[in-house]
Design a protein around this ligand. Sequence first.
Ligand SMILES: [Mg+2]
Length: 177
Amino acid sequence: MKKFFPSIYQKTIHDVDYAQLKKKNVTCLIFDLDNTIALIDEKKVNKKTEELFQKLEKEFTIVIISNNTRKRVEPYAKELRCDFVSMAWKPFGHGFRKIKKKYHLKKEEMAMIGDQLMTDIFVGNRFTAHSILVEPLGKKDLKVTTFNRFLEKILFRYFEKKNWMKRGVYYEEKEIL
Ligand SMILES: [Mg+2]
């Protein structure tokens, strides 16, 4: 179960303490797209996100990793001027291996930010040192996500019972022993 536990939990990508990550030697931020950066039917990047990425690109390598198609991901990455991996098949790791190799990264230098325990956090825990969960931006999900959300609910219940975390109670770096 620990494999699904996020090391950091914040409401949105705007609430993450990136300076703290920098201090912990993170050089590469890997973002999920749908419901993390944008709503699933949102076509244009919003101003706030654009500004955040402009700030972050000075300090970090930024890559968007998504299970969605190139057609969906590429325009977003272009607008945000960052690299991307589409059709990544998270929770499988090939997208992460690709990023690691391309930018000569160590696991400790990478952080994954996403809205799903079953995909983003699970794969984040395997391939990066920091798995950051944010709340999904919208209630609407891609069809493929519906089943994952069901499993996710069970995980959240388990985490709560263990006193590891509570939905909506955000935290900075936390390790489960
Ligand atoms: Mg997502």
